[in-house]
Design a protein around this ligand. Structure first.
Ligand SMILES: Nc1ncnc2c1ncn2[C@@H]1O[C@H](COP(=O)(O)OP(=O)(O)OP(=O)(O)O)[C@@H](O)[C@H]1O
Ligand SMILES: O=C(O)[C@H](O)[C@@H](O)[C@H](O)[C@H](O)CO
Length: 274
């Protein structure tokens, strides 16, 4: 028996030697998972006994990983953790994928964080702004907040864009404001098996980025001044007014004021624990 056979299930990944279950894991996940399992086994002494590991609870092991990563910055462990997360999410009973939606108001860092997550997971990244009509963009540029009528077709297009990934057992990250429950419900319906209200089983997961208004305004102002974005600071308050999350949705919240690396790590921790 190899370390990878023992460790990988402990990290939430299917055993790599099991062909029947391997089929559930997309190659983009399986390959890094295998490489990282090997790298992880290299971190341990060659004759280390695996039995004590088996007696550590899953949560204790998860805690060890977190400590090792945050305090010692052991990157192979982090990578292993990421791929194990990806694989455990993708290898759900119905072999479906997962959409990770980074949500929040303008300037919170959704695009930047969702892009970094996609890079870590070697998966597709979808930028919701790319799906806005020219009319919607012009409206925002002119300082007019979007209405539901403006948003619904946009959200439906986004839902259709991520549905295929979910059905194909792939992971996709999406940067989308998704400010209201009714908007998120449209995105949740990308999971064809989603039963309204059954949030924990939905294959569309949300993490909301949060930051104080001054931080958001400052970021938006700098971005506009650099000519990098159409969204004016004047629309920030309307976004904050619209943001609404129901407790029952169980949406994870991340502090968006820390470093990008720390936010990405926090998102992974939140995804594993919510
Ligand atoms: N953690 C961070 N620390 C410092 N700057 C950040 C951080 N996250 C994002 N930024 C910067 O803030 C600005 C806004 O980030 P980004 O475009 O990712 O936000 P967004 O939520 O996608 O905004 P929008 O919804 O308006 O498109 C960018 O210039 C980005 O580089
Ligand atoms: O729901 C909305 O009001 C819009 O999606 C906005 O959030 C913008 O798209 C975005 O903030 C600009 O990038």
């Amino acid at each position: 028996m190899q370390f990878s056979d023992i460790l990988v299930p402990w990290l939430g990944v299917v055993p790599l030697h099991s062909h029947s279950r391997m089929a559930a894991v997309p190659p983009c996940v399986l390959k890094p998972a295998r490489q990282n399992a090997i790298r992880l086994s290299q971190l341990l002494p060659p004759d280390a006994s695996v039995s004590p590991l088996l007696s550590i609870s899953r949560y204790a092991w998860f805690y060890v990983q977190r400590k090792l990563y945050s305090e010692l910055s052991i990157f192979p462990l982090r990578d292993c953790w990421l791929s194990s997360l990806a694989a455990s999410m993708a290898s759900n009973p119905k072999d479906r994928g997962l959409a990770i939606v980074i949500m929040g108001v303008s300037g919170s860092g959704k695009s930047t964080v969702a892009q970094m997550l996609a890079k870590s997971l070697s998966c597709r990244f979808v930028e919701a702004d790319d799906f806005h009509s020219q009319k919607n963009k012009e409206k925002m540029r002119n300082g007019d907040p979007l209405s539901d009528t403006d948003r619904f077709p946009w959200l439906e297009a986004l839902r259709d864009a991520i549905r295929k990934n979910i059905n194909d057992g792939e992971i996709v990250t999406l940067a989308c404001s998704a400010l209201q429950k009714k908007y998120r419900d449209i995105l949740r319906s990308a999971d064809q098996d989603y039963k309204p209200g059954n949030y924990p089983n939905c294959r569309v997961k949300f993490v909301c980025l949060e930051a104080p208004v001054e931080v958001l305004a400052d970021r938006m102002k700098r971005r506009s001044e650099a000519g990098k974005h159409f969204m004016p600071v004047s629309l920030l308050q309307s976004q904050l007014d619209l943001l609404q999350i129901d407790e029952a949705e169980g949406i994870a919240k991340a502090d968006a004021t820390t470093s990008l690396e720390a936010i990405v790590n926090a998102v992974f921790v939140l995804l594993r624990t919510t």
